[in-house]
Design a protein. Sequence first.
Length: 131
Amino acid sequence: MNKSTTLLTGIFLMGLSVGLGAFGAHALEKLLEARGRANTWDLAVHYQMIHGLSLLIIGLLSDKKIKWFDFSSLALTAGVLCFSGSLYMICLTEIVFPLVLITPLGGGLLIVGWACLFIAVLKKYKSNEPS
């Protein structure tokens, strides 16, 4: 993902997480409590918000020459879609299987995204050090 796409994706995910958080707290409150899924919904919103913010940071830090920033933003975006998306679907539909298999895949993608960001930042600042 390029710089502008990463920034726009981060902004979109953060705004959407605010809306979904409010929707869960108000419109879905009784449904989520009846299903025992209020904490699951909150977790999905929390992870979406954190990773939306991280995409903003990646967009600001990114360097065209270092592809690891692109890998990081792609992995984090896919991770949010899988992790938070599967949790939202579990909450709304009560369909646990096969959605429960997608959630850890999303978590794994989030970890990969953070590892790629680590490498990207290492490469960016290692190359800027005087020899």
